[in-house]
Design a binder for this molecule. Structure first.
Ligand SMILES: Cc1cc2nc3c(=O)[nH]c(=O)nc-3n(C[C@H](O)[C@H](O)[C@H](O)COP(=O)(O)OP(=O)(O)OC[C@H]3O[C@@H](n4cnc5c(N)ncnc54)[C@H](O)[C@@H]3O)c2cc1C
Length: 639
């Protein structure tokens, strides 16, 4: 699990389609123009080509957002602007920020070409659409990790299956993850690296402090090995890797649980969907489900959604499996169930649709306040300012999240054992518990000098263990390789110029004195000085009376200039909502199963208390395993 994101330097898509909008009213100065907008992770540059009355082509020249999201938004938005002859086009579900960046940039370019506001904002003509109705045995909502596994497993039982997905192509959390945990997989057995089921169960128990569905947890652990074996048989391509290889230094020495994607989550899920289609399954993309159908006996009998053309689609089915990935993209639900402040999840189209649908037919609530706080990230405002100054190089600041530097909150207080900061779930939760969910990582010139001379290996050798035993998997659809990490940690880097450029952005702070640094950060000077003194004192005495940290690993703050980098809690997405049983059936609060309804993956509660587990692959493992079981159980209950 690395703090990394997919950055794409240049995604370009030129389209020369004939427009269908009312181009006769438009007047442009013929030519080619460029404009810039703001994407999720930096500026987006777009080029438009127009003749006197038509937008002829739109091309994205550069975009820094996650590769997959950027590609999806580029393809659809450029095509729609040309087709509709307006910039008033729908954003791509799942790639909202990238879409908005492209639209904003195209607008600016068209303005240069002389377009009026009315032209830019005219509404495209909508074509009349006809409602559709279809019948199947099982309908699955959401083609993420859980839904795809559910659909394929059900289809392989010989029943008819329809899979409905909101986005145009797979882009749920399952496509971004690094891999899944399993116990007793074929690979673990072959490598003699089996993990004890008790160890796994205790991890879930520790994280939940008893607030979990023990029967469900046991079943998921038992079925995780057969699930990864089955996924691999169907082409998912996941391989066992050692614990701690993806950046969680604190996991080193733990049992190997992670079966890491070898070609990335997007390829894996696309492969599984292709297998499903090849075996006779039916997939509807761009088709969000909106509501469950029930009969006069209150039994679930299908799903109603909207197709890509805007038509209503009714899927009558004997069994429904919901797997819409939680509510991390729904600000209202986040405010209500997590409380304020909170951070949005990373998959914005996951808006709790499936959870609300299940509740609407009487399913009980469970785990509604559980979320994936996972390490830290920057504020959106900070990213905007930093990218304007240094492009995507700001991402290098994440280096400072991986070492046991002093951390303080907005009150200037030290708040955790810093040697635990590579425990992603625990440290994510620690930050989320701070005022404004904010932490400052504090370091000094002494640390920068060491990195400049020898690389971060001079601080801690976090990957050398794999020098002769390289490990590899893909997370965020990008390689996570110990070979590369070893090279990186041994490469001297002078961070000072980058930090100097970013001082003043509200993310990086610098001063020659501790008092001065507190002033720059806008935090209480006395409290901050006390924290620095306590921390330095603990290192000197070899004993940390406050948080019991191993003082040998702590990094002194003693030589100016001093620096602080501001981070906020990072939320990958929520992890609960609907009460289920160990057969993955949705249940009422009293435990009675809701007839014909299954809920899998991040829509389902019961695996976690408030935070998720700190071993690798815990949540993706649950998603795939609960999805597969839901598919098998639904299909078997029909036959
Ligand atoms: C960046 C990132 C990295 C991660 N890394 C890891 C990791 O390494 N290991 C790990 O264990 N876990 C990891 N996770 C968590 C893991 O990916 C999720 O727990 C898991 O994917 C959840 O699976 P799911 O099927 O419930 O949701 P998803 O995979 O998100 O799928 C939900 C699907 O439902 C669709 N949908 C939403 N609403 C509707 C609707 N109304 N109609 C139709 N379709 C709809 C969405 O578009 C999406 O395709 C990571 C998560 C993120 C965001």
């Amino acid at each position: 699990m690395k703090l990394k994101k997919g950055v794409v330097g240049l995604v370009a898509m030129t389209l020369l389609l004939s427009g269908t909008g009312c181009s006769q009213s438009a007047t442009y100065k013929a030519g080619t123009y460029t404009g810039t907008g703001q994407g999720k992770d930096g500026p987006v540059k777009v080029q438009v080509t127009v003749d006197k009355n038509k937008i002829k082509a739109v091309k994205v020249l550069s975009i820094q957002d996650n590769k997959q999201l950027a590609a999806s938004a580029t393809k659809q938005i450029t095509k729609e602007i040309v087709k509709q002859q307006t910039t008033k086009v729908d954003v791509v579900s799942g790639a909202t920020h990238s879409s908005k960046g492209i639209i904003e940039a195209a607008k600016k370019a068209l303005k240069k070409a002389g377009a009026s506001d009315a032209q830019l904002n005219k509404t495209a003509k909508k074509q009349a659409v006809k409602a559709k109705s279809t019948k199947t045995d099982v309908v699955v909502v959401g083609a993420g990790a859980a839904g795809t596994a559910a659909a394929l497993a059900a289809r392989q039982q010989g029943v008819k299956v329809v899979l409905m997905e909101k986005t145009a192509s797979p882009m749920g959390a399952g496509t971004l993850a690094g891999g899944m945990f399993a116990a007793d997989s074929a690979q673990q057995k072959a490598a003699h690296k089996t993990v004890s089921k008790k160890w796994l169960y205790d991890k879930y128990l520790d994280a939940s402090q008893g607030y979990m569905n023990g029967v469900l947890v046991r079943r998921i652990i038992d079925q995780s090995g057969p699930t990864v074996d089955w996924l691999n048989k169907n082409g998912a391509d996941m391989k066992l890797v050692d614990a701690g290889t993806g950046g969680s230094y604190a996991h080193q020495g733990d049992p190997a649980t992670l079966h890491g994607y070898q070609k990335g989550g997007t390829v894996a899920i696309k492969t599984l969907i292709n297998k499903f289609k090849a075996e006779g399954g039916k997939v509807y993309f761009k088709t969000p489900a909106k509501k469950l159908l029930t009969n006069q006996h209150h039994k679930v009998t299908g799903v109603v959604g909207t197709t890509a053309t805007g038509a209503k689609i009714t899927v009558h089915a004997k069994k429904v499996i919901i797997a819409t990935g939680g509510y991390g993209g729904n600000q209202k639900m986040l405010n209500r169930y997590l409380g304020k402040p909170n951070t949005k999840g990373q998959v914005l189209q996951n808006k709790g649709d499936g959870i609300k649908m299940a509740w609407s037919v009487g399913a009980g609530k469970e785990g509604t306040d559980t979320t994936h706080y996972f390490w830290e990230t920057f504020t959106n405002a900070g990213v905007k300012k930093m990218t304007q100054l240094v492009g995507d190089k700001y991402y290098m600041l994440n280096t400072f999240t991986a070492y046991p530097n002093l951390r303080v909150n907005t009150q200037g207080q030290r708040f955790s054992n810093e040697t635990d900061t590579t425990l992603y779930a625990r440290h994510g939760a620690e930050i989320a518990a701070q005022p404004k969910q904010t932490e400052y990582v504090i370091f000094d010139k002494g640390m920068l000098d060491k990195i400049k001379a020898k690389g971060t290996v001079a601080i801690e050798d976090q990957f050398g263990k794999w020098k002769h035993n390289p490990q590899f998997f893909m997370e965020f659809n990008e390689p996570s390789s110990t070979k590369t990490s070893i090279k990186q940690e041994n490469t001297p880097v002078d961070f000072a110029p980058l930090l100097n450029k970013l001082t003043g952005t509200g993310v990086v702070f610098k001063s020659d004195s501790i008092d001065g640094l507190a002033n720059q950060m806008g935090i209480n000077q006395a409290a901050f000085t006390k924290s620095v003194n306590q921390y330095n004192g603990a290192i000197k005495q070899g004993k940390d009376k406050l948080f019991f940290a191993n003082t040998k690993r702590l990094i002194k703050v003693k030589q100016g200039p001093y620096y602080a980098v501001k981070f906020v809690a990072r939320n990958l997405g929520t992890l609960g909502g609907v009460r289920i049983n160990d057969q993955i059936q949705a249940t009422k609060t009293n435990g009675t199963a809701i007839p014909n309804l299954y809920v899998a993956g991040a829509d389902a509660g019961g695996m976690y208390g408030k935070i998720y587990v700190d071993f690798e692959g815990g949540t993706l493992g649950f998603a795939y395993t609960s999805g597969r079981l839901a598919g098998l159980n639904a299909a078997k209950s029909i036959k």
